[in-house]
Design a protein. Structure first.
Length: 299
């Protein structure tokens, strides 16, 4: 089967895990583009922001329930599959992580195959699936071996295996760590060493990549790295120094890994050519963070 893509605009878009920050922003993009959206997420999630967006269909359910996901998948053009157990929870509950990230993905595939075989799947995976690559030459490409070092990466690899063994047309996006332009508490341990190569991506660029993916006809199964691009290719020390500078916090409070984690620099030539999503440089993100902190201080 050939691997090609071209723009289309047809039936509703389903976003699983759509009540989160990325899902909310992505929903608004589709609506602004005149596209119908169906958002699927757990019943206890906060849907209030989505309820304010006209013409959004909300379905509450659980991807680990096959019947629940069949109703959601019915008659959609594309499934943007964001629902997942993320770190740090993924590392404290492996059983839940695999139930959602692997069995939930299996349920989505089964639903597509049985009741909506023309549907395309956009799968949110992770560059963490490559494992620790600090001793190798960058950039890391999509044909690199996958060597997980945590539960989350392991679950994403298993999800990818299920997809690649299926007949469903799929675009697998291996997404880099997401930098959110907001005041957030730093992680207790940064997932890299100071010397390590690190490439993140602006949250809004992730939304752009997902939006472009859903508006493409995928013929076959395509795997792409999604990361910030050359301006985001820094070191762990660069990111941490800037972050604590934004926050006005003592740099000595930062705690990094003792050994390299799963971040690196990535080959994103194919994904950028297809999706044209690298629209926000690291320098722009830095200015956004500085403005956010300044506004907080002025209030």
């Amino acid at each position: 089967m050939s691997n090609t893509a071209k723009n289309v605009q047809e039936r509703p878009i389903l976003i699983t895990g759509g009540a989160g920050s990325v899902g909310l922003q992505l929903t608004q993009r589709f609506i602004d583009n005149g596209q119908a959206v169906r958002v699927f997420d757990l019943p206890f999630m906060d849907f209030s922001a989505l309820e304010k967006i006209p013409d959004v269909e909300i379905q509450k359910g659980d991807i680990t329930n096959p019947d629940s996901i069949k109703d959601a998948v019915y008659d959609v053009k594309t499934v943007v599959h964001l629902a997942a157990v993320l770190p740090p929870k993924s590392e404290s509950d492996k059983e839940l992580t695999f139930s959602v990230n692997v069995n939930g993905t299996s349920n989505i595939l089964c639903a597509i195959e049985s009741i909506n075989s023309s549907c395309t799947l956009i799968f949110s995976s992770s560059i963490s699936t490559y494992g620790a690559t600090a001793l190798e030459d960058p950039p890391i490409r999509t044909d690199h071996a996958q060597r997980p070092i945590d539960n989350y990466a392991d679950s994403k690899i298993e999800g990818e295996k299920l997809i690649l063994a299926s007949p469903v047309n799929t675009l697998i996006l291996r997404i880099a760590p997401v930098a959110v332009p907001a005041f957030l508490e730093p992680p207790s341990i940064w997932p890299f060493t100071l010397e390590q190569r690190v490439e993140m991506i602006h949250r809004d660029d992730v939304v752009d990549a997902l939006f472009a993916s859903a508006n493409s006809t995928i013929d076959g199964q395509i795997i792409l790295n999604v990361a910030g691009g050359p301006t985001w290719q820094l070191t762990g020390n660069d990111y941490i120094t800037d972050y604590y500078g934004f926050m006005g916090a003592p740099l000595e409070e930062a705690i990094c890994r003792d050994s390299p984690g799963w971040v690196d620099w990535y080959d994103t030539v194919d994904s950028q050519n297809l999706l044209n999503y690298q629209n926000r440089s690291y320098q722009r993100y830095s200015k956004e963070m500085q403005n956010i902190i300044q506004q907080m201080m002025d209030e």
